[in-house]
Design a protein around this ligand. Structure first.
Ligand code: 1BN
Ligand code: ZN
Length: 331
């Protein structure tokens, strides 16, 4: 064999074995992450979703809102989470309405908090028995199953599972008629000087549709959003996380405004079809979508715990924005 041919063959063989080694490493990493997230059971979350929908419409301040909250608190208590109620009176276009955020607290090694959030209220829609299976119900269902998983393992961070009340507008969505619960909590944490202990917020909203299509929400913090989407791809769920980019005003906004890294995991496909109609019912929802979202959130938490452990609050983007900056091309 000629010298040049021998050299070329060696280069090709080295190339092939490097590609194979990288591929093996990738599938090992994927298997490891999969093993860590399979505890999230979408069927169990779906059963919570059914229970919440059976309560009926859950507008803020209603008797059904009390009943839904009682269900949420029974489940949190059964999971051994500590429960904090955050009651307040909201000034709305329909007068003063009592509302209550519920926080399930899972205290572990560190006082540093990661907030996992969603809403449990439903929109009041004239003439419609609006039960919000996807819009509202799916948020609460994911958080309840998350409580069961997180209380049964050792976590680095303290987790707050926040069930916001009053996400929906009473009349027409405006800055002052919407997001009552999240605006109240963000202001309260700021005035109590407690915002500094919150490392990140992950919000889930409208995540149960049977054709799950999560978009990149553009008011979210870029490095955290990148981390969620990269994690979804690593788990093999890239097809459910490819819905384009769009801004949404949701419960993460008051936290973004306070400088907390936040991401809204939301599927906007229903906006074009059954959003805020009687068709937002359980038969549009699929346990598998809850599984996908729950697992992506769990794997994102694992990645946050792994990379942020030595970084002081406020500098965690260093662990993520530098690598994501360099890998921006593969997004
Ligand atoms: C999400 C669920 N939202 C309301 N219910 C936020 C929103 C408001 C999304 C206006 C789009 C438009
Ligand atoms: Zn809504």
């Amino acid at each position: 064999m000629k010298k040049t041919t021998k050299f070329a063959t060696a280069v090709i063989l080295i190339g092939i074995s490097t590609v194979a080694a990288v591929e093996i490493e990738r599938s090992c990493a994927r298997a490891e992450v999969h093993a860590a997230v399979t505890e999230f059971n979408g069927e169990r979350a779906f059963s919570d979703l059914c229970q919440l929908v059976q309560v009926g419409p859950r507008p803020a301040g209603s008797g059904n809102s009390d009943r839904a909250r009682a269900y949420i608190e029974r489940q949190l208590s059964a999971a051994d989470a500590e429960i904090w109620d955050d009651p307040f009176v909201a000034t709305t276009p329909m007068g003063k309405i009592p509302m209550t955020n519920v926080i399930g607290v899972i205290k572990k090694e560190s006082p540093t908090v990661v907030v996992l959030a969603g809403h449990y209220d439903t929109a009041r829609i004239d003439g419609v028995q609006f039960v919000g299976a996807n819009d509202g119900g799916s948020s609460a269902a994911v958080l309840l199953e998350m409580a069961r998983v997180l209380t049964r393992r050792t976590n680095r961070f303290t987790y707050w599972l926040v069930f916001f009340d009053g996400e929906e507008a009473l009349k027409k969505w405006t800055a002052s008629d919407s997001l009552y619960g999240s605006r109240h909590l963000a202001e309260k944490l700021a005035s109590d000087g407690k915002l500094g202990q919150i490392k990140a917020m992950i919000l889930v909203d409208m995540v149960a549709d049977r054709h799950l299509n999560i978009l990149r929400e553009s008011n979210s913090t870029a490095w955290l959003s990148d981390l969620v989407f990269k994690t979804a791809r690593t788990l093999g769920y890239g097809r459910s996380f490819s819905g384009g980019t769009f801004p949404v005003e949701d419960d993460h906004m008051p936290f973004v405004a306070q400088g907390i890294p936040s991401v809204d995991i939301i599927d906007l496909t229903p906006f074009g079809s059954y959003h805020h109609t009687a068709q937002d019912s359980i038969d549009r929802c699929d346990p598998e979508s809850l599984t996908v979202v729950g697992r992506v959130v769990l794997a994102t938490l694992a990645e946050l715990e792994r990379t942020c452990q030595f970084l002081p609050a406020g500098l965690e983007s260093l662990a993520h924005c530098l690598p994501t900056f360099f890998s921006r091309v593969d997004k």
